[in-house]
Design a protein around this ligand. Sequence first.
Ligand SMILES: [Zn+2]
Length: 219
Amino acid sequence: MKYCERCNLKVRGNRYRCPLCQGLLKGEDSENPFPFVLGTYQKNSLFFRILLLCTITVGIVSVAVNFLLPKSGKWSLFVIAGIGCFWLNLVLVMYKRRNIFKIFVWELFLISALCVLWDFATGWNRWSLDYAVPILCMAVMATLTVTARVFGAAPGSFLIYLCLVLLLNIAMFVSLLMGLVMVALPTVLSACMNLVLLTALLIFHGREMLAELHRRLHM
Ligand SMILES: [Zn+2]
């Protein structure tokens, strides 16, 4: 049994510091009174490893295709940045879970606006609208989906943030129709991903979503 001299407290288990005063404990380790609980990562380690393999594959394929099509611009750099953003967000989720969806969507709008401003200030080559914003949208949608899946977030809150991303996708699609976006593929892919996710949510969680709407609108 371990003990704290300062608090005159006996502590079971293999703790290093006193739970009251945070001072160093003395004595021998004893059997841990608490059951061992797996963390989020350990519980989903296969899922995370498959995810890591998938994202790395997407990165490698993008660079390879870009290498074969050099005239299409350096778009694979944006794909790599998008994957980086996705993993950075997931790591963020591991440490801070509250209101994390809100942070992602704020981040999406803020970085998108900064990209457009930066692009505008450096000669308006349209890389922001062609690649950066749609790829960022996809990265954030992927993070939202994985977070909701792993942490079992309420489908209602997931829906709201997915709809906010949809607003940006609609704006991008209108820009495409107006001829502001030169490369259609990323914008179209992002819009499709958004619609598929919304449809999946309605098919699998339609009932919960209706309940959430009733609650929010006090119907
Ligand atoms: Zn103590």
